[in-house]
Design a protein around this ligand. Structure first.
Ligand code: RNT
Ligand code: ZN
Length: 414
C-alpha cells in the first residue's frame, strides 16, 4: 500500500476525506508577488533606492535586473510550485518599449507584456500602485501630503493604476485586485493626527470615484515603518473604517503590519463577519515588519485554518508579501509559496465540523487531544501526492533544480 493510501486511511479514521481536501486545495489560487525576485526595485530606474519605510536586506547574488530575468526566474519558481497561481505586480514593474512614462502617466500598454506572460501561462494578475521609491514622495508623504501638488500627482497615479487593472482584468477575463498601500507617516510625534487622515480620505475618494469593471479595490494599513515610527496615516482603524463606508473597497491585512505579539489569524473571522472579500498579504514579521519568507509556523497554520474552516477559500484572496535578499530569491518564492499551500492542506485535513461540535458542547479535553494528535498524522504523504499529481518535484527534490539554475543562470548575472 502506498504511503498516500495509508495516509488516506488514517485521515478517514477521523472523518477526513483526503481526496476532497486535494480537490479544494487545487482550486485555491495563491497570488505570488513579483517583488521577491528583484528586492522590490522595479524597472524604472535600476539604481533607485527603496523608500517608504520598508527595507530589503542581504546581498545574495543573482537578483533579476530586467523584465526578461524576472520573468525567467518567476517561471523557474512556478515550475516548482504545485497548484493555481497568480502573479502580483507593482506599477514600478511597468515595461517601456519606448520612452519611460512617469507614474502618473502609466498606461495599459506598459503592462501588455505582463498580460501576454500571464495569458500564456494561465495566470491571473493582481496589481499595486507604487507610492514609494519616487521623487514625488515628499517628506514620506503621498496622498496625505499638505502639498496639493503632491496629492494630485499621487491621485493621478492611483487612477492610472485602477484603469490598468481594469484593462488587465478584461484582457485576462478574471478580476484584478488593486491594492493601495501608502507609506505616509511621521518619524516623531505629530502635532496633528487628524488632518493627514482627512486628506488621505479625500484622496482615496478621488481615486475610487470611477466605477471600473473587473477591479477589486483594497487598502492596506500598517502600524509603523522605518523612519516613520511615531505615526502612520493609513492605520488599521482608518482603513477598516474607510472600507466599511465604501462598498467595493476592501481592507487588506498584512501579517507584518501589527504590533509584534498581535496575530492576524484572529482578525480574519472578525472581518469575514462584515466583508464578502478579504485580501491578505501573508508575510512573516521578525521583531518588526521584516518580511521574512513565510515558514510553516504556528501562525501560518492558524491563518490557513481560519480561511478553511470558515469556508472562506473563495472569499479570502491569498497574496504573499515577503522579500529576502540574503538567500536565493527563486528558492524564497518556492519555499514561501509551498508553505502557504502546505498550511492550507493541513487545515483542509482537519475534521473541522467535528471540532466545532466539540467546542459547542464544551468538550475541551477531547478538542485539545484531537488538535494535538492531528499534528503527527501522515500529512507529508498527502502533500507529496499532491505535488506528484501536479507534476512538480516531490519533497526536497525541487532544490536541486534551483541549484542548477543558480549555477547556470543566476551566477552569470554578476
Ligand atoms: C509595505 C506593504 C506593501 C509592500 C509591497 C511592496 O509595508 O506591506 O504591501 O510590501 O507593496
Ligand atoms: Zn503588504
Amino acid at each position: 500500500m502506498s504511503e498516500y493510501l495509508k495516509a488516506k486511511d488514517a485521515y478517514a479514521g477521523v472523518g477526513v476525506d483526503t481526496e476532497a481536501a486535494l480537490r479544494r486545495l487545487s482550486d485555491a489560487a495563491i497570488s505570488i508577488h513579483c517583488w521577491q525576485g528583484d528586492d522590490v526595485i522595479g524597472f524604472e530606474n535600476a539604481a533607485g533606492a527603496l523608500s517608504g519605510g520598508i527595507q530589503t536586506t542581504g546581498q545574495y547574488p543573482g537578483r533579476a535586473r530586467n523584465p526578461e530575468e524576472l520573468m525567467a526566474d518567476f517561471d523557474k519558481a512556478a515550475s516548482l510550485i504545485p497548484g493555481k497561481k497568480r502573479i502580483n505586480l507593482h506599477a514600478s514593474y511597468a515595461i517601456f518599449d519606448g520612452a519611460q512614462a512617469d507614474r502618473d502617466a502609466l498606461r495599459p500598454e506598459h503592462f501588455a507584456r505582463w498580460v501576454e506572460f500571464a495569458r500564456a501561462r494561465g495566470l491571473g494578475i493582481d496589481f499595486n500602485p507604487t507610492f514609494f521609491s519616487h521623487p514625488m514622495v515628499r517628506e514620506n508623504l503621498t496622498l496625505s501630503s499638505p502639498d496639493k501638488e503632491v496629492r494630485d500627482y499621487w491621485v493621478r497615479h492611483g487612477i492610472a493604476c485602477r484603469r490598468i487593472s481594469s484593462y488587465i482584468a478584461e484582457a485576462l477575463g478574471t478580476p484584478v485586485l488593486n491594492n493601495v498601500w501608502v507609506p505616509d507617516g511621521y518619524k516623531d510625534i505629530p502635532a496633528d493626527r487628524l488632518g493627514p487622515r482627512l486628506r488621505l480620505k479625500e484622496s482615496l475618494d478621488r481615486i475610487f470615484a470611477e466605477p471600473l469593471p473587473g477591479v477589486i479595490d483594497s487598502v492596506e494599513g500598517k502600524v509603523f515603518g522605518i523612519g516613520l515610527e511615531a505615526y502612520t496615516v493609513g492605520s488599521s482603524e482608518f482603513y477598516i473604517g474607510y472600507a466599511a463606508r465604501h462598498p467595493g473597497v476592501y481592507n487588506l491585512i498584512d501579517s507584518g503590519h501589527y504590533h509584534p505579539t498581535e496575530m492576524i489569524s484572529d482578525k480574519i473571522s472578525s472581518l469575514l463577519a462584515f466583508c464578502d472579500k478579504l485580501p491578505l498579504h501573508v508575510s512573516r514579521p521578525m521583531r518588526w515588519d521584516s518580511d521574512h519568507v513565510v515558514r510553516l509556523d504556528d501562525e501560518l497554520r492558524e491563518i490557513a485554518k481560519e480561511i478553511v474552516r470558515n469556508d472562506a477559500l473563495e472569499r479570502v484572496m491569498i497574496g504573499l508579501d515577503f522579500f529576502d535578499a540574503s538567500i536565493n530569491r527563486v528558492a524564497a518564492w518556492v519555499i514561501g509559496t509551498r508553505n502557504m499551500q502546505k498550511a492550507l492542506l493541513l487545515a483542509l485535513l482537519e475534521p473541522a465540523g467535528y471540532m466545532r461540535t466539540l467546542q459547542e458542547e464544551n468538550r475541551f479535553t477531547e478538542l485539545l487531544m484531537l488538535q494535538e494528535e492531528l499534528k503527527t498524522f501522515p500529512f507529508g504523504a498527502v502533500w507529496d501526492e499532491w505535488c506528484a499529481r501536479g507534476q512538480v518535484p516531490v519533497g526536497a527534490a525541487w532544490f536541486q533544480e534551483v541549484q542548477t539554475y543558480e549555477q547556470t543562470v543566476l551566477r552569470a548575472r554578476g
